[in-house]
Design a protein around this ligand. Sequence first.
Ligand SMILES: [Zn+2]
Length: 366
Amino acid sequence: MPTVADLARALEQVAPLAYQESYDNAGLQCGDPQAEIRGVLIALDCTPAVIDEALRRGCNVVVAHHPVVFRPLKRLTGANEVEQTLIKAIKSDVAIYAAHTNLDNVLPGVNRKLAEKLGLENLRILDPKSGTLGKLITYVPTTHTDAVLQALYAAGAGQIGNYSACSFRVEGTGTFTPGTGTSPFIGEPQKPESVREERVEVLLPLHLHGAALRALRATHPYEEVAYELVKVENTNQDVGSGMIGELPEALSPAEFRRLLRAALGVPVVKHTEFDRPIKTVALCGGAGSFLIGNARRAGADAFVTGDLKYHEYFGAEGQLLLCDVGHFESEQFTGEIFRDLLTVNFKSTFAVLIAETLTNPVRYDF
Ligand SMILES: [Zn+2]
């Protein structure tokens, strides 16, 4: 039976922990990584009621978007809902796993799901991150270049946007003198050698550098492998905050707000005054006010998010249609991402259920 660690590995393949924001605490919150999974309950938030539902429905793992442990705990006495959730989960052997800003920050994540629900096309990350990419340069005898490259690709290197197996190679002469006690692949100890080699360059996500170096060492024929791993400052178009895309046809602001209400099932949309057609739409699930400037600079006609404060609406009037659809509402489809990933990765080895417990603490009166 797959274990909690297997589940974490599968989710982190899509939403690597390295992509979470510095303030976040995504990953396994509690539970034994080696525990076998009997069933998974998916929820946006993990509360005592969600743990109860998990137990009732035969699940011993809860996968949530918001980490139940967000701020460090100094004691565990059940004094608040976070502590009550953890105590209940630990006592009943329920593991809790969270994929939060790491799932916000990847292309197939929270924002793409929201964008798809609104029918947006041509989706791009609104604020791509830099500092996540590196370049691996290595020198390979020409007989082994293909094998080394295949191994590096399999370890996650050489991907640029929708292009895979991207590399650059140039032939030259490598020189070395094997020391005493070596058993060189080419040449003899103490004898200067020169070999036709290729300099091979590939881009890779920095968090995969360990796997890439293991793949390099496993396939490169030399005892001592020469390589350089450097951090590059390129932005990573597949990783970052928010998303931007276009509606198939421009809508009036009122029509667009109607689309929001219908697609998200929200009774109310808080918005700025704006009277031009809406075609380009930026969005960010959850609390996305930090991206209002990015949305304006990217030429968005509308920016959809949750949790906007009064003063954040100022300055947007007349510039773009700023819409607050509610934090929970903007992320309500996140469970579908978990469900689809777990179903694809684990076929039917365990049940994958979406929670019926409504964890949104916000209600509306009219
Ligand atoms: Zn959120």
